[in-house]
Structures are given as C-alpha cells and as structure tokens.
Design a protein around this ligand. Sequence first.
Ligand code: GDP
Ligand code: MG
Length: 216
Amino acid sequence: SESGSSCYRVVLIGEHGVGKSSLANIFAGVHDSIDSDCEVLGEDTYERTLMVDGESATVILLDMWDNKREGEWIRDHCMQVGDAYLIVYSITDRASFEKASELRIQLRRARQKEDIPIILVGNKSDLVRCREVSVAGLRNSLVALTPSHVAACPGPPSLCLVTPCNHVSTLDFAEGRACAVVFDCKFIETSAAVQHNVKELFEGIVRQVRLRRDSK
Ligand code: GDP
Ligand code: MG
C-alpha cells in the first residue's frame, strides 16, 4: 500500500433534481462560516482533503452529470473516470430511485473488471411526508437485483444492505465490512437541506475506497 495522502475521484450521478449539486455544495463548504480548505477546480469540480479515521484523503468531487451543455459524452466520461460513485435519488421520487438502480447496473457493466465502490444515496430524507421510496422497499429491490450476492453474504441481509435511516451511524463498517466486499453497493439516506448524514456520506465513500485498497 502507498504512503502519504491518497487522492480519490468521486463522481455524483443520478436524475436531475435529486440534490447532487446541493450535496456537492455542502462538500465544498459553501455553507461553512469560516473559509474552508476546499478548492473549486471548475464550476462542477471540487477538491477537499478530509481526515477520515486518522488518515487524510483528498477527494475530487465531480458534479457534471447534468451538464447538458457538454453533451452526452460527459456521461460516458463520468462512467469511466470515477474511483468511486455516489448514485443519488430522492426518497420523494420513485422514478429517480428506479433510475438509480439502472445506473448501478450500467456502471457495473461499464467497469466490469473493477470493483468500484458505490454508495446509493437516498437524499431529501427531511421530506418524510412525501416519501415514495421506503427503506424496506429499497432493501427488497436491492435483494432482487443481487440474489447471488445475498446468498453469499455471511450476515443478515438487513445489516449488510440497509441500515434504517434513523440510526445515527447509517454506514456500519464494523458489521458491514465483510458484506461490503461481497455487495457492490452501500446505502445511506441523507438530507442536503438539513445537512443530515452528509459528512458521513463523504467519509463513507473514502472508507469504501480504502476497504478495497486494503484488501488488495
Ligand atoms: P441536482 O439537479 O441533482 O443537482 O439537484 P439540486 O442540488 O439542484 O437540487 C434540486 C432541488 O432540490 C433544489 O431546489 C434543492 O434545494 C432541493 N434539495 C436538494 N436536496 C434537498 C434535501 O435534502 N431536502 C430538500 N427538502 N430539498 C432538497
Ligand atoms: Mg446539479
């Protein structure tokens, strides 16, 4: 394994309007009162060094999935360049969730030989009364997508795949570690509006990349 700070390219993908840019803005620290360490590399690229588990990691966050001006090639580009992916949907928008499942399959196909870390992000968790995607429904849907993975999982699927959103630590890496290797996807619910679980999301993706790095 390498020494010093590692640098990871993390790509935000998902339907328009689900909150990708809102999450990117929180990452970029535009809401921080004091000037932050974030460097804006372009209008949709942000770089920030995070301390995660006592080890620093530089994350370059790409939020260009919706950039229509650049044309369709940008999506192919996004599918190729990420070291890790945040596939975002809105819990208030069933269609965006179905799109997210589709993107997850597309991404696996595009990067077949690689074990790319993915976190499936159910954003807008503050809008509880408009929820269209339940956590239980999500689990069933994921199980349906990966029956062989479920069979191979040493623990209960509920622990590996989905931790209820009202838990403080949604990504439980102690219990999920073995399963994270088996499954190609982790799950978290966030709210960019009330900044719930957003820090955990970005720390989580760094941990997911490290899990793979450390198992090599
Ligand atoms: P993008 O198209 O995926 O980049 O989505 P945006 O970040 O532009 O957000 C789309 C809309 O959803 C904006 O009006 C945001 O203010 C709103 N939004 C984003 N995240 C949240 C959230 O967590 N909760 C709520 N209530 N609204 C959100
Ligand atoms: Mg956007």
